[in-house]
Design a protein around this ligand. Structure first.
Ligand code: NAD
Length: 367
């Protein structure tokens, strides 16, 4: 057994239902692979509001700052919709991201063979797709100053946002992306609009300066508009893409939808590396708390399972175990198991727990 620490925050709605299945997977790794975790569970979002009057307590925050990784379910729901914005469930998530300084958002777009026909693109374009978009999460247009809406003397109004990046912001997210490329296919594409934006020129220069430190990574550059086209024309040309907050927002949603349902999409957010190379990290599915299906045993636990696979790969440096878990999911899909959100004709429709059973059975078969 080891001292790999993991804080589990199931949250609200389908969060706890899906997390229960992932907890079975975590236990499986401890029992069958001797890959143990020091696991703690705590409340976040509406569940924390109900228990403590705040969407995340200081005590939970301290734990999150200390552990190797946080695995979060989802927060929010109609019960808390009327609360003041400052104490809504979503504030818990924002505080975790802000206090842990999670500046690199990792959104993989992976297409499982069995679901390739469900994509809006042709099967041959997406089958086997495995790309990773690294989006800068704490700077750029969404935070830049000046910003606002002003009244002009001529009676017109002006809306202003500012795209601004300092070198340290570019360098730290680019380093995270280079390191990811080293752990994956060895290719990194940096995306900006250096042809029309000075912030893009700086972005390109700073990323280029880092390249000699990563001789095993092949660096290329692409304008964001071209990248959008290439993602739907020939997405398999990419391995890792690194880009700013605004372009990353658009490109990661576009890439994610090449591959299917919200119930399938994991994500990770990473912070700065300490002197040992360890980064603060939070892993979570892209989907929300799905109040429409909550409590009915219908939620797809795969997005959260794949979020844990990302933690195995990026926080615990256990790539073979990450592969093992991703292959188990691949086999479950190939064997025709589907939750309602990814149901296709002639497949076996199952609920959350049966999907968990199928993943464990596939893990046992592959062990
Ligand atoms: P949602 O992602 O919760 O649901 C959108 C649709 O996708 C729903 O029809 C839902 O049933 C379906 N869906 C989502 N995940 C699924 C899964 N794992 N399996 C099967 N079906 C799934 O988004 P929403 O409805 O816009 O938001 C619901 C609540 O979740 C709101 O309170 C919102 O603020 C919150 N939210 C939280 C997060 C988060 O915690 N990161 C993200 C988005 C939304």
């Amino acid at each position: 057994m080891s001292n790999r620490s993991l804080l589990v925050l199931p949250g609200d709605g389908i969060g706890p239902e899906a997390m229960a299945q992932v907890q079975r997977v975590i236990k499986w790794f401890g029992e069958k692979q001797s890959v143990g975790f020091d696991l703690e569970e705590d409340l976040v979002g509406g569940a924390a509001i109900d228990a403590h009057g705040t969407p995340v307590t200081d005590a939970t925050m301290s734990k999150a700052m200390e552990v190797d990784a946080v695995l979060l379910g989802a927060v929010g729901g109609p019960k808390w919709d009327d609360l003041d914005f400052s104490i809504k469930p979503e504030r818990g998530l924002l505080r975790l991201r802000k206090d842990m300084e999670l500046f690199a958002n990792l959104r993989p777009a992976m297409c499982f063979d069995a679901l390739a026909d469900a994509s809006s693109l042709k099967r041959e374009l997406v089958a086997g797709l495995d790309i990773m978009i690294v989006r800068e999460l704490t700077g750029g247009t969404y935070f830049g100053e000046p910003r606002g809406i002003t009244d002009l003397p001529n009676g017109e109004r002006r809306g202003v946002n500012t795209q601004v990046y300092d070198t340290y912001e570019i360098v730290r997210v680019a380093r995270a992306a280079f390191e990811l490329a080293q752990k994956r296919g060895g290719k990194l594409c940096s995306v900006e609009k250096a042809n029309v934006m000075e912030s893009g020129v700086l972005w390109r220069e700073e990323v280029t300066k880092l390249a000699p430190e990563y001789p095993d990574v092949e660096l290329s550059h692409m304008y964001a508009d071209n990248c959008a086209m290439q993602l739907v024309r020939a997405p398999k040309q990419f391995d890792v893409i690194v880009t700013d907050n605004l372009f990353g927002d658009l490109l990661s949603d576009c890439a994610a939808m090449l591959t299917g349902s919200l119930g399938m999409l994991p994500s990770a957010s990473l912070g700065a590396a300490d002197e040992t190379g360890r980064r603060k990290a939070m892993y979570e599915p892209v989907h929300g708390s799905a109040p429409d299906i909550s409590g009915k045993g219908l939620a797809n636990p795969i997005a959260m399972t794949l979020s844990f696979a990302m933690a195995l790969r990026y926080s615990y440096d256990l790539p073979e175990d990450a592969d093992r878990l991703e292959s188990a999911v691949q086999n479950v899909l190939a064997n025709g198991y589907r939750t309602g959100d990814i149901m296709q004709p002639d497949m076996k429709q199952v609920g959350t727990e049966e999907m968990g059973d199928a993943i464990l059975a596939a893990l046992n078969e592959g062990a």
